[in-house]
Design a protein around this ligand. Structure first.
Ligand SMILES: [Zn+2]
Ligand SMILES: [Zn+2]
Length: 273
């Protein structure tokens, strides 16, 4: 089993990233990545993203897909990372047909829950959903949606940042309920549906300063034999590859010995941590 340095979650300015696709790929080369997965946010219905501010506009989908493939060829010709075409796909009720259609041709689909009921739960500019529901109820609804996403017929290859509901913990939105029963449900949902989960280093760059998922949740995924990928969720070139080495150590600490790595031919490889 070989070791590969891999970032499975990277955005560009095709969706809500700050930097262009080629700048992200160059940053991946500078970070000595072997494989990186471009995972711009898949197109969303108008009710969720009216002006395509956070997702790839439908009309831009062919350009995004072609540009990632071209970036892969260019990168490899220069000895840089393999660049895999992927999307981060929001789960929401009724998403299935739209995801299949819009993400056609992608090799990796990250499954994410950011939308609860009628609003975004991770927008630092708009915490109205938190004010309306409170952290405890938001957590419950988040886990309901996350488990529904696992059980969805969509082929989500990886469930991204599994406990995103931690996002505003340091800003006063920390759950007061016991999260263990919710963690147990998540581990069982991932196990029974055969999903991989992501260890995300994005939380290290947020005020709460920790990985997604938190240690007790990662331990439950490990005990349930749920495989992991590792990603930075970089939205800026300087964050590509950020924290991967420490995330591998975090996974190893709970007992993981391997990470899952996707390739441009659609295959997955189990690699040493
Ligand atoms: Zn996300
Ligand atoms: Zn993301």
């Amino acid at each position: 089993m070989r070791f590969l340095n891999v970032d499975c979650h990277v955005h560009s300015d095709y969706s809500d990233g700050d930097d262009a696709l080629l700048a992200m790929v160059e940053a991946g080369a500078a970070a000595h990545l072997d494989v990186m997965v471009m995972t711009d946010h898949l197109t969303l219905p108008r009710a969720m993203d009216p002006a395509a501010d956070v997702s790839v506009a439908e009309r831009a989908l062919p350009f995004y897909k072609a540009d990632v493939v071209a970036a892969d060829h260019m990168s490899r010709a220069k000895g840089g990372p393999e660049v895999v075409l992927g999307f981060e796909c929001d789960w929401y009720p009724g998403c299935e047909d739209k995801i299949e259609r819009w993400s056609a041709g992608a090799k990796v689909r990250l499954g994410s829950v950011h939308w609860i009921d009628h609003g975004w739960m991770d927008d630092p500019e708009d915490l109205s959903l938190w004010e309306e529901l409170g952290a405890d109820e938001l957590w419950r609804r988040y886990v309901d949606a996350w488990c529904a996403a696992c059980e969805s017929p969509v082929n989500f290859d990886v469930m991204a940042h599994p406990d995103l509901a931690r996002r505003f913990e340091a800003e006063g939105w920390k759950a007061t309920i016991d999260l263990v029963p919710l963690y147990d449900r998540m581990a069982e949902a991932a196990r029974s549906t055969g999903r991989r989960i992501e260890i995300s280093t994005a939380g290290l760059r947020k005020p709460f300063g920790d990985y997604y998922p938190a240690l007790p949740l990662l331990e439950r995924f490990f005990r349930a034999e749920v495989p992991v990928t590792i990603g930075s969720d970089a939205h800026r070139a300087r964050d590509v590859g950020a924290g991967l080495e420490s995330a591998r150590a975090y996974a190893a600490k709970v007992g993981y010995r391997t990470q899952e790595v996707p390739h441009t031919d659609g295959s997955w490889e189990t690699c040493a941590l």
